[in-house]
Design a protein around this ligand. Structure first.
Ligand code: NAD
Length: 318
């Protein structure tokens, strides 16, 4: 694997979001110039406020559904609302962000000969019939459901990345990100980790959908960011798609119980009907990431949850 040396001008779209803000931080710490582009749809200035003093950090309010003209060496394309409450709020805009956003960022990469990485998702596998999911699985996706704006938008973005590779010889990288959690997640985004922590901290009932036997794997944000940086640094002949996430599975019920224990909350679990298209199982096969990126998650769920709980506690302070 190539070493990640030398200062570069790096564009992070969606840089004021949860993952993007940690990625900006990491790239700055590695000595690069970072241009953070965001329309603040789900991201906030608070997420990157601590970076604004750095002379190597630049913030630009811009919507990736419109073309962007800047000079950069590398592009991490993260712009897209990622949680169901946010991406279903304006589903047409969600598809536009994934598809037009990809076209615009690929167009930029082509113009300035930049290397470009797409933040794709495990949702491209839909409700998988194969378990765990390896990259050669084509998925089981509903094209007309409530989640389709996100799933199909991301699938189309992957198509565009590979067509730009075949047609224009672009240097592309596609990461299929599985559930990630950590500080700066949105407290009210309806995702399972943030939901459970907020409910536990407020002493409210913990809402578990179905019987809570559906499983998820949870990757801590620092591990995830490391995988993206390593993927970007791979040689040009490696494009992915590559799964990045934590293969260790936990049932939703187990997660709820851990959160209750960690917060010392008196909250009780309540069970509600499963939403449509909610996958029963989701677990990455990270063999490729392990082999090519020499990467695997290091942070244990307990440690990651503790840091995330501490972040949510600061948000709740008056
Ligand atoms: N967090 C996860 O578990 C996870 C899992 C799979 C994939 N991903 C992908 O990673 C990326 C980042 O996810 P996140 O969890 O940080 O979500 P997030 O919502 O916190 O971040 C997304 C960022 O994109 C910005 N954005 C949205 N639409 C935009 C537009 N049209 N133009 C410019 N900026 C726009 C938002 O304001 C926000 O800052 C997304 O592409 C998401 O699909 C995340």
């Amino acid at each position: 694997m190539k070493s990640y040396d030398g200062k570069k001008r790096v564009l992070v779209t969606g840089g004021a979001g949860f993952l993007g803000s940690h990625l900006c931080e990491r790239l700055l710490a590695s000595g690069h110039d970072v241009l953070c582009v965001d329309n603040f749809y789900t991201g906030t200035k608070d997420n990157i406020a601590h970076l604004l003093d750095s002379p190597r950090f630049e913030l630009m309010r811009h919507d990736v559904t419109f073309p962007l003209y800047v000079e950069v060496d590398e592009i991490y394309n993260l712009a897209c609302p990622a949680s169901p409450v946010h991406y279903q709020f304006d589903p047409v805009q969600t598809t536009k962000t994934s598809v037009h956003g990809a076209i615009n960022m690929l167009g930029l990469a082509k113009r300035v000969k930049a290397k470009i990485l797409q933040a794709s998702t495990s949702e491209v596998y839909g409700d998988p019939k194969v378990h765990p999911q390896a990259e050669d699985y084509w998925g089981h996706v509903n094209p007309i459901g409530m989640r389709s704006c996100y799933d199909e938008g991301k699938r189309c973005a992957e198509t565009l990345f590979f067509d730009y590779l075949r047609q224009h010889k672009l240097r592309i990288k596609v990461a299929r990100i599985f559930n990630t959690y950590g500080p700066r997640m949105h407290p009210n985004d309806g995702r399972v980790v943030s939901n459970f922590i907020m409910q536990a901290l407020k002493g409210e009932p913990i809402t578990v959908y179905g019987e809570g036997i559906q499983t998820r794997s949870f990757c801590y944000v620092d591990d995830l960011v490391e995988s993206l940086v390593r993927l970007m640094a791979t040689s040009d002949d490696f494009t992915g798609p590559v799964n990045v996430g934590n293969p260790k599975e936990f049932s939703i019920r187990e997660l709820a119980e851990r959160v209750v224990a960690l917060t010392g909350s008196r909250s009780k679990l309540v069970f509600k009907p499963l939403p449509s298209d909610d996958p029963m199982q989701r677990q990455p096969d990270i063999t490729v990431a392990h082999r090519v990126l020499e990467w695997q998650p290091k942070v244990e769920l307990e440690e990651g949850l503790r840091k995330t709980v501490a972040y949510f506690q600061t948000l709740m302070r008056p």
